[in-house]
Ligand binder design. Structure first.
Ligand code: NAP
Ligand code: ZN
Length: 353
């Protein structure tokens, strides 16, 4: 029998959250039912429900930073048992058969992977995300949360953690490498913690100095306010790697100028607008301008294990959602850059419909 669970849903673009009863499918053989404890608020949730990317399908239950405990398993499940501490990120299914899935890059599944929300399952049903008290997901897309990371601090790792870990690793963040992180928000603060744990020298770039002390506590050894033109000039040609996490438009040439020859600027921030850059800005110095999309399931588990080994969790503010307008207000605060550094919904507080 399907189960009914409490969830927070946005019925149409611009509408506030409302509490709903959500039906979760009956367990298939390979399914795990998770009692969700915490769900992080990612800026992608906001871009989606505000229809900034287009293609939003309402009603939407957002949330792809999910941490909780297994409460039931299908007959064929082998990887998890009731009581296990688990997480779900941005993916809830993929074809398993294409080259990308076989290589552990499920986010690039050639059949089209299934996102945790605003995405249709292979049977045509619309997926509903983590602002909810339960979710049912194939065990292949479920991650194990190691002991030592609290569930609330683990939830944001499932998107903000993997989205920054993957390009840091891919582009060689480590000892002797200078890494800049642009934007100290949900993704940015994780990029700082992870790059520092990998042994890189980290500089944070933020619109002002307001987050300078926090950035140092997170692991940055130098903080630049991007409004300080002298400091920006002095930083030219100094970084091997720049991770841009900003959710709004930035002038790419300004930031490419900060790279050393052969350096790479990786965009993970996803504003809807186009990037613009003159080829000469890249050609002078053989610079790389690229992007990075979350990470596959094996790398997400690797990231969680890395975090446990290095004592890393997200820095969070926990939200009580019993008054659902708290979540609407939290969205406005995220957009204003006014969160230290990730909101996490305590799903036990989601009210009845
Ligand atoms: P967030 O917490 O809102 O952080 C974004 C940061 O960008 C802010 O803290 C702020 O940093 C800076 N910022 C915001 N508005 C700005 C503006 N107008 N000008 C300059 N800087 C500005 O968001 P998030 O959850 O980290 O997500 C960041 C972006 O990554 C979003 O676009 C999201 O959709 C995207 N994303 C991409 C992936 C992927 O797979 N590539 C995965 C998840 C999220 P300061 O206050 O320090 O200036
Ligand atoms: Zn996200």
């Amino acid at each position: 029998m399907p189960t009914t669970t409490r969830a927070l849903s946005v019925p149409s673009a611009g509408a506030p959250f409302e509490a709903i009863d959500l039906e979760r499918r009956d367990l298939r053989d390979d399914d795990v039912r998770i009692d969700i404890a915490f769900a992080g608020i990612c800026h992608s949730d906001i871009h989606t429900v505000r229809d900034e990317w287009g293609a939003a399908h309402y009603p939407i239950v957002t949330g792809h930073e999910i941490a909780g405990t297994v409460s039931a398993v299908g007959d064929g499940v082998t990887r998890y048992k009731v009581g296990d501490r688990v997480g779900v990120g941005c993916l809830v299914d993929s074809c398993t058969e294409c080259e990308q899935c076989k290589n552990g890059n499920e986010q690039f599944c050639t059949q089209g992977s299934v996102g945790t929300y605003n995405s249709q399952n292979y049977d045509g049903e619309w997926a509903a995300g983590g602002y909810s008290q339960q979710i049912v997901v194939t065990e292949r897309m479920v991650l194990s949360i190691p002991e030592g990371i609290e569930l609330d601090e683990a939830a944001p790792l499932l998107c903000a953690g993997i989205t920054t870990y993957s390009p840091l690793k891919r582009w060689g963040a480590g000892p002797g490498r200078k890494v800049a992180v642009v934007g100290v928000g949900g993704l940015g603060h994780m990029a700082v913690k992870l790059a520092a744990a990998m042994g890189a020298e980290v500089t944070t770039l933020s619109r002002s100095s307001a987050k300078a002390d926090d950035a140092k506590a997170l692991g940055s050894s130098n903080h630049i306010a991007t409004s300080d033109t002298d400091a920006m000039k002095a930083a030219r040609a100094t970084f091997d790697l720049i991770i841009n996490t900003v959710s709004a438009d930035l002038d790419m040439e300004t930031y490419v100028r900060l790279l050393r020859p052969h350096g790479a600027l990786v965009n993970v921030g996803l504003p809807p607008s186009k990037l613009s850059i003159r080829p000469g800005a890249l050609i002078g110095g053989n610079k790389v301008l690229t992007g990075s999309n979350i990470g596959g399931i094996p790398e997400t588990q690797e990231m969680l294990d890395f975090c446990a080994e290095h004592g890393i969790g997200a820095t969070i503010e926990t939200l009580d959602a019993s008054d659902t307008t708290t979540v609407d207000t939290a969205y406005d605060k995220v957009v204003a850059g006014d969160v230290r550094y990730r909101y996490v919904i305590d799903t036990a507080t989601i009210p009845s419909a």
